[in-house]
Design a protein around this ligand. Structure first.
Ligand SMILES: C=C(O[C@@H]1C=C(C(=O)O)C=C[C@H]1O)C(=O)O
Length: 116
């Protein structure tokens, strides 16, 4: 492999095509992930409002433990690293809990104009 004077490596056209085809699929999958996450956050926002109305705590560790066990099993069956699946769920749930805390706070103190 050499490098052209534009800084772009000269790659066999067949390799370039295969890379483009794979990247098209990656882009479609990333779009699906974004859409699925948006739907998930729509649901969790509703859960946050329901919890605030009924004075329920933002986090539910027992529910989270069941979700982690379930996702780890799904990941193993799908040949995805279960530790990664758990980390990914924890990352999302932490953000959801942050939203729930804000919703509960706003229910008590009223909305404050913040950026995030
Ligand atoms: C959405 C909820 O609130 C929190 C967020 C969760 C999630 O994002 O899946 C799960 C449990 C809770 O800690 C819930 O209680 O169902």
């Amino acid at each position: 492999m050499s490098t052209s004077n534009t800084g772009t490596p000269d790659v066999d056209p067949a390799v370039r095509e295969e890379l483009a085809r794979l990247r098209d699929s990656i882009d479609n999958i990333d779009a699906a992930v974004v859409h699925m996450l948006a739907e998930r956050f729509k649901c969790t926002q509703q859960v946050g409002h329901l919890k605030a109305r009924h004075h329920l705590p933002p986090a539910d560790p027992a529910r989270e433990a069941r979700q982690i066990a379930r996702l780890r099993a799904l990941a193993e069956n799908a040949k995805l690293d279960p530790a990664f699946a758990e980390k990914f769920l924890n990352f999302i749930v932490a953000e959801v809990i942050r939203h729930h805390e804000r919703i509960a706070d706003e229910a008590v103190n009223g909305a404050t104009p913040t950026v995030n």
